[in-house]
Design a protein around this ligand. Structure first.
Ligand SMILES: C[S@@+](CC[C@H](N)C(=O)[O-])C[C@H]1O[C@@H](n2cnc3c(N)ncnc32)[C@H](O)[C@@H]1O
Length: 296
């Protein structure tokens, strides 16, 4: 196994545990035995799962019509579907589709003549996404198992690539950028929400508990744009930017037990959380990138 495979395995195990925990919490809540509906770890401010989804940019109206499991098992940091102008009939590909929140939102917009394909490497996530698509009655959703560095998708077949808080987790980001460019049709577009970090202290790069939490693998905005441009995309730019303040960062990192944004890490200790927030605040942002594959 290569070092990159080791990283993917660690990330997949984290998210497998996170989605199973999210499901168990929801079932416990339904049985009225859950102690709290908010996160509680590390002394972080309590943020409910719904508000985390709202912080990520989903409106209450959009969330209202979705199966509850798709919302409470959402681990995104933005809403790549909201302003992506999905057209009826589009083929949309979601990289790292998780439990399927964006698949479902995109599938409604693409309509019965369109199709939405999710790719994820974690079997527990794939199972949730398929179950959620079925619960939502959406027949135009397909979820494939695979890695985003080697997409199980035919070249030149996709109108829009979306992704929500996933590429930061890849140990081989340039392979991902090349793959998304390969599968797009000429004129096809991207709408990608992800975490970027302007600087990363060495201790944070080494901190395994911060990798699955979408911190340690995050790269600067300029490097992200350069990666997309070098893969052959044009008009690449950032359209939305949320630089997390201390409270938001604390809530997001401290929310791992409750499965909020980027909830793949095991819970941080109070000391780890305090250090991460005090040293990283102001440098971590959720961004939305757009761009296009040239028509020629
Ligand atoms: C932070 S979660 C985001 C899930 C989903 N996009 C959402 O917004 O809820 C990251 C997801 O990406 C998947 N993932 C991470 N790295 C991957 C890779 N290299 N290939 C395929 N899937 C990957 C994980 O299994 C997990 O489901």
């Amino acid at each position: 196994m290569s070092k990159a495979d080791d990283v993917r395995k660690m990330v997949s195990e984290s998210y497998s545990a996170a989605v199973k925990a999210a499901l168990a919490r929801r079932k416990a809540k339904q049985a009225k035995s859950a102690p709290s509906k908010s996160c509680c770890c590390g002394g972080a401010p309590k943020i409910s799962e719904q508000s985390l989804a709202e912080l990520a940019g989903y409106s209450r109206e959009a969330l209202a019509g979705l199966p509850p499991d798709a919302v409470t098992s959402s681990f995104g940091c933005g809403n790549p579907v909201a302003l992506a102008a999905i057209r009826e009939g589009d083929t949309v590909l979601d990289l790292g589709s998780g439990a399927g929140i964006d698949l479902l939102l995109a599938a409604r917009l693409a309509g019965p003549s369109g199709r939405v394909i999710g790719v994820d490497m974690t079997p527990a996530m794939i199972e949730r996404a398929r179950a959620n698509a079925e619960k939502a009655g959406l027949k135009n959703v397909e979820v494939r198992q695979g890695i985003i560095e080697d997409l199980p998708v035919e070249s030149g077949t996709v109108d829009l690539v979306i992704s929500n808080c996933v590429i930061n987790l890849s140990p081989e980001k340039n392979r991902v950028f090349a793959e998304l460019a390969r599968v797009l049709k000429p004129g096809g577009r991207i709408s990608i929400s992800d975490i970027c970090a302007e600087m990363m202290p060495d201790w944070a790069i080494q901190a395994g508990h911060l990798y699955s939490a979408c911190i340690s693998g995050a790269i600067p905005e300029a490097a992200y744009i350069q990666g997309l441009v070098e893969a052959g995309l044009e008009d690449v730019k950032v359209t939305d930017r949320l630089v997390y303040d201390a409270q938001q960062l604390s809530g997001l990192l401290g929310s791992v037990e409750s499965g909020g944004c980027c909830g793949g890490s095991s819970a941080l200790t109070p000391a780890q959380l305090e250090r991460a927030v005090s040293e990283l605040v102001g440098t971590i942002a959720s961004l939305r990138f757009v761009g296009m594959k040239p028509v020629v």
